[in-house]
Design a binder for this molecule. Structure first.
Ligand SMILES: C[C@H](O)[C@H](O)[C@H]1CNC2=NC(N)=NC(=O)C2=N1
Length: 116
């Protein structure tokens, strides 16, 4: 049970707090297997989820989509026959917000529950 387990996304505005390097470093342990990447000047969280087949990739994608709609916070998804790549960042602030860590945590939980 991590510190992000019971957290929900907050509504994000253009003035929302973009996480500092220290804040990101303190949150990374809560999202094991996620990678911090730089896309130009934008920091993002990325994880590749392996699947057994395309149907499973689509099922994981749909589960992530449902959660994203519920939280009104959406990832970039790359759906392939044996993996789903999930990339989180907050578009409005061109960087990482705590919402991204919350959603990365919940995405990992979805995957773990699907994998059984
Ligand atoms: C209008 C709507 O609330 C916003 O555009 C939301 C939708 N989902 C979002 N998802 C992400 N990752 N970043 C955003 O800034 C964002 N904004």
């Amino acid at each position: 049970m991590g510190t992000l387990d019971h957290l929900k996304c907050e509504a994000c505005s253009v003035n929302a707090h973009r996480l500092s390097a220290d804040e990101i470093a303190s949150l990374m342990p809560d999202v094991p297997h996620w990678e911090l990447i730089e896309d130009g000047t934008i920091q993002k969280l990325k994880r590749v989820f392996r699947t057994d087949n395309f149907i499973q990739s689509i099922a994981l994608t749909n589960a992530i989509a449902e959660q994203a709609e519920k939280e009104n916070h959406h990832p970039q998804l790359i759906v392939e026959y044996s993996s789903v790549t999930v990339i989180w960042w907050t578009h409005k602030i061109h960087g990482l917000h705590k919402n991204d860590f919350i959603m990365a945590y919940h995405t990992s939980t979805l995957y773990a529950n699907m994998a059984g």
